[in-house]
Design a protein around this ligand. Structure first.
Ligand code: GLN
Length: 544
């Protein structure tokens, strides 16, 4: 089904079998969507307030998430009752289970005497043969399952028409299934990794019960997305976008290049606080390697001159870098637009590429509660004022691991696909205190040695982010029998899955000594190296 006015091919939820997750505000809702995607099943999340009549696609099944409310509160959120009239299978998780029970009779859910957080043993109850489908959710799973619970309310009675398919000591109706309709509810959370067999259970629901095909792969996505970009932009349309050398902007840029060739204009701004040789390397990889039409602007002096004298105010550093970046990008974009206008077979620049990922979308649409105001998202409105650009966001449906898979699919080199995140303000927030050209040199050289050793030792992929920071203090050392008074480098390396919490990477002392020796010997101005051992929280991943 193509968009009739523009012939733009439809988005993934109309092409791929889709499981719709309705969000009641649980902190785990996005994990349900992720687990499904990991099973190669396309899934999207929408807030629980979604009107079914306004849904633009027909899902193969619906999952109702957990949530922090109690269904019996006056202002508790509830799904559109039309959800129960759609004739598709439904799985309720925690609050979702309680919502299904409450829908059938408002007396079914009460506050439990005991709250239940953490591990529980679930006893699966089979009904072999009694009704066709009730055992399908737990098919192939053990009779005693290790599950993870997080609830205070419980079902006081079994809703009419349902049988019990699982129970725990604290929750006698920890799993229920409707005898005729394919409606299921579970009190525990299969989406968290603490529930050992959570993914097979989600697979049972999506594949066996809903009949969803496991055909969501980057191989299947890439061609369709390229067609979509071509149709959106049209035969002459042009797009500009910023690239940083990071995985998201590189994958987005390569995808644009595949779709519209040189009508995509990538701009990279060297702000003088990039990693050692970064601008040069990115230019080589993106142009010679990937064929992308890229303009690199060396604006180091402009940034570094503005940063001079800024000492104790990291916010000010961020603002200077952010605002100057926008100014430069805007100047260049106008130049490119003016040049493009005159060319015979090309149209005007109408589009701005954004590397938005699905977690950003989830964050902006997730259900924040009846009284919460919607948070305004990263505002790109001010950017390119007066150019009236439309946004194009080819990675909008993808999680980070999918972006990486897509990158590999598009022939982007492995080391770029697995690159650690690098902040927009760059080394400026890893140089504590004033950013001078000499401080940048020290930070760049130390960081290069640390990352080089990490790669040689084979730790790079295990670590989520690593860098060397430069502290604004001097310490005493002896070098070549001479007392020196020089600066201190702090190394940081963390492991994390979501960057919300992080653990310190556990290097062998020998490795750290080796890095320290190299930095002190090779980087002028440094006489000591420390390893930073603060987890997040309380520490943040970056220093400033
Ligand atoms: N608030 C509900 C309860 O405490 C649901 C909790 C949840 O979904 N995790 O039972």
């Amino acid at each position: 089904m193509a968009d009739s006015t523009t012939n733009v091919p439809p988005p993934p939820h109309t092409i791929f079998d889709t499981i719709l997750v309705l969000d009641f505000g649980s902190q785990y809702t996005h994990l349900i969507t992720r687990r499904l995607r990991e099973l190669s099943i396309y899934s999207e999340m929408l807030p629980c307030t979604q009107k079914i009549s306004e849904l633009s696609f027909k899902p193969k099944g619906i999952i109702l998430s957990g949530g922090p409310y109690s269904v019996y509160w006056d202002d508790a959120p509830h799904v559109d009752p039309a959800v129960f009239e759609m004739g598709v299978p439904i799985l309720g998780i925690c609050y979702g289970l309680q919502e299904i029970a409450w829908h059938s009779d408002q007396k079914n859910v009460v506050a439990g005497e005991k709250r239940e957080y953490g591990h529980a043993i679930l006893n699966v109850q089979k009904h072999s043969g009694k009704t066709a489908h009730v055992d399908a959710l737990f098919a192939g799973l053990e009779e005693d399952m290790d599950v993870w619970m997080s609830h205070g309310d419980k079902l006081s009675q079994r809703p009419a028409g349902f049988v019990t398919v699982a129970a725990s000591e604290n929750a006698p109706y920890a799993g229920i299934a409707h005898e005729e309709k394919e409606w299921f509810g579970i009190q525990f959370h299969p989406e968290v990794t603490h529930t050992k067999k959570g993914t097979p259970l989600i697979k049972n629901f999506a594949v066996s019960i809903c009949g969803a095909k496991q055909d969501w792969t980057m191989d299947a996505f890439v061609g369709k997305e390229i067609d979509r970009i071509r149709a959106l932009v049209g035969p002459k349309g042009q797009v500009i976008g910023a690239v940083s050398g990071g995985v998201d902007s590189t994958v987005a840029a390569k995808l644009m290049h595949e779709a519209i060739g040189d009508r995509f204009h990538a701009i990279m701004v060297d702000n003088g606080v990039l990693r050692l040789n970064e601008a040069k390397q990115v230019k080589e990889t993106l142009t010679a390697g990937l064929g992308i039409n890229l303009t690199v602007i060396d604006a180091s002096d402009r940034f570094l001159d503005l940063l001079a004298g800024v000492k104790d105010d990291p916010e000010k550093k961020r603002k200077i870098i952010g605002n100057t970046f926008i100014e430069i990008f805007q100047e260049k974009a106008k130049e490119i637009a003016a040049a493009a206008k005159g060319s015979a077979n090309e149209g005007e620049i109408e589009w701005l590429l954004q590397g938005t990922l699905y977690p950003d979308v989830i964050e902006s649409i997730s259900f924040k509660g009846p009284s919460a105001t919607i948070k305004t998202h990263h505002n790109v409105g001010g950017l390119l004022e007066g150019m009236h650009l439309k946004l194009i966001e080819p990675l909008r449906e993808l999680f980070k691991d999918e972006v990486r898979a897509l990158g590999t699919q598009l022939g982007i080199p492995e080391d770029l696909v697995w690159r650690h995140p690098f902040p927009g303000p760059g080394l400026a927030i890893r140089i504590i205190g004033e950013v001078t050209r000499d401080q940048v040199r020290i930070a760049q050289q130390a960081d290069f040695i640390f990352i080089d050793e990490i790669k040689k030792a084979g730790y790079y992929k295990q670590i989520s982010q690593a860098y060397a920071a430069l502290l604004p203090v001097k310490a005493v050392g002896v070098m070549g029998d001479k007392r020196v008074h020089a600066q201190v480098i702090a190394l940081r390396a963390v492991e994390t899955t979501d960057f919300m919490t992080a653990d310190v990477f556990d290097f062998p002392t020998k490795f750290l000594s080796k890095v320290s020796t190299r930095i002190v010997n090779e980087v002028d101005g440094v006489c000591r190296v420390l390893y930073e051992v603060t987890s997040k929280p309380p520490g943040t991943i970056e220093m400033e």
